[in-house]
Design a protein around this ligand. Structure first.
Ligand code: PMT
Length: 406
């Protein structure tokens, strides 16, 4: 017998207080029929529209509503479910809940769960059209999108307040299809090993100083997280960053470009896909002072002699066998020409070009604006999107290259 499309996938369905809350019962029921284990978290306002007994009967699981409810013996409910979930679906998502999500407010069980999960979040808004169009709501949606939350567009129609406009909860079928698409498309790296570099390296000058750059690691960490979510075994070679590592990913911390190269060389043969999102320092001081370099105090200049570091991605790509090798190009001018030159010189299969001077792109931002350049000459520009979405788009391209090479 063939397996159901959502066989054993754990879905946390968050229901917030809208008249459309009753339609969440149908969503829960359909997801369960597709094989999912559905856990429902109801806000107090949602419970005014539809009771927990309905969801209990439809899902077979205790319904979560209070922060102090402990339906699972010996486990803290919000942490347990937040960690178990493969996907969090919020349907309906009210303006108030979106505002709380955007600003990290955790004042009830559902908003606390949303802070405690690393699972992908899909939100289906439902509200009055004026509330939806309000700049505060639009800003909250944009902020959440930039952090990787995906939205199921609300529809147009007669709303509960008897006005016509946008804000109707999307059709139950549309919501269920979005869940299936999110959870099934995402397993195409099952059984594959993915090696990712991220963040900036540091090249010491003396015991207290180093040369580095602005890379926050966000882009590479998003790639590692997306590859993990698609079923890969992921190793992340990380320079110094201040962001938490994605769950379930092996993290190897390195300091210098030389160290990142050695760590990558030790793991390259075993990997199927290598993605170089790091910004390794291109130069390192010719000599590292053993003691802190003292300043003369007379306004003198200090000359540093630097030597080139090895090129990690080019070194590995030169010895590749079955691996697909993806690089990034961080450019400040002539984006496509410079990226194409790096693609060819470094023998890459794909390069992700970002103009790091553009607003919302490059270093430190939550979003990126990239163009994919393929070794066969194809060029695919992408609009501004969250780094997590960029990661998924580049993985779509890399998976296609892996399938073609097989
Ligand atoms: O970390 P974030 O703040 O999220 O910022 C993301 C980013 C801007 C760092 C990222 O999107 C990006 O562009 N990474 C590549 C940065 C870089 O070093 O670009 P490059 O054009 O100098 O290098 C080209 C490629 O060679 C890159 O894949 C780089 O990882 C690799 N390289 C570079 C130097 C070196 N010594 N070894 C390398 O492997």
């Amino acid at each position: 017998m063939s397996r159901l499309p959502l066989h054993d996938r754990v879905i946390l369905l968050g229901v917030s207080g809208s008249i459309a809350a009753y339609r969440a019962a149908d969503v829960a029921s359909q997801l369960r029929h597709l094989g999912a284990q559905v856990h429902v978290a109801l806000t107090a306002h949602a419970a005014e529209f539809i009771g927990p007994v309905t969801f209990y009967a439809l899902t077979g699981n205790p319904v979560l509503s209070g922060v102090f409810d402990e339906p699972y013996e010996g486990k803290i409910a919000h942490i347990h479910i937040a960690q178990q979930a493969d996907l969090v679906l919020i349907a309906p998502a009210t303006a108030n809940l979106l505002a709380k999500m955007a600003h990290g407010i955790a004042d009830d069980l559902l908003s606390t769960l949303l802070l405690a999960t690393t699972a992908p979040v899909l939100a289906a808004p439902a509200m009055n059209s004026v509330m939806l169009a309000h700049p505060a709501t639009q800003a909250n949606i944009a902020l959440l999108q930039s952090r990787g939350v995906r939205f199921i567009e609300p529809g147009f129609g007669v709303l509960a307040c008897r006005t016509e406009g946008y804000g109707k909860l999307a059709d139950v079928q549309t919501i269920v299809q979005a869940v299936v698409a999110q959870l099934t498309a995402a397993r195409d790296l099952e059984g594959r090993r993915v090696l990712v570099t991220a963040g900036a390296t540091r090249e010491p000058l003396d015991p207290v100083r180093f040369l580095t750059n602005r890379s926050s690691g966000r882009m590479g960490y998003a790639v590692a997280e997306a590859a993990k979510a698609r079923g890969a075994q992921v190793t992340l070679l990380s320079g110094a960053v201040a962001i938490p590592p994605p769950a379930g990913v092996e993290v190897v911390r390195v300091e210098t470009t030389e160290e990142m190269l050695r760590a990558a060389q030790a793991r390259f043969d075993a990997c199927d896909l290598f993605i170089a999102a790091a910004a390794p320092a291109d130069y390192t001081p010719e000599r590292v002072a053993r003691q802190k370099i003292k300043k003369g105090g007379k306004g003198e200049t200090l000359t540093l002699r630097l030597r080139e570091t090895p090129d990690i991605v080019a070194t590995l790509a030169a010895g590749k066998s079955r691996q697909i090798v993806v690089g990034f190009a961080a450019e400040t001018e002539n984006l496509l020409a410079h990226a194409a030159e790096k693609l060819a010189r470094k023998r890459l299969d794909l390069i992700v070009a970002n103009d790091v001077t553009a607003e919302g792109a490059g270093f430190e931002t939550e979003t990126n604006i990239v163009t994919l350049l393929f070794a066969d000459g194809r060029v695919e520009p992408l609009p501004k999107m969250s780094k997590r979405e960029v990661a998924d788009r580049l993985l779509d391209a890399a998976v296609a290259l892996m399938q073609n090479a097989a």
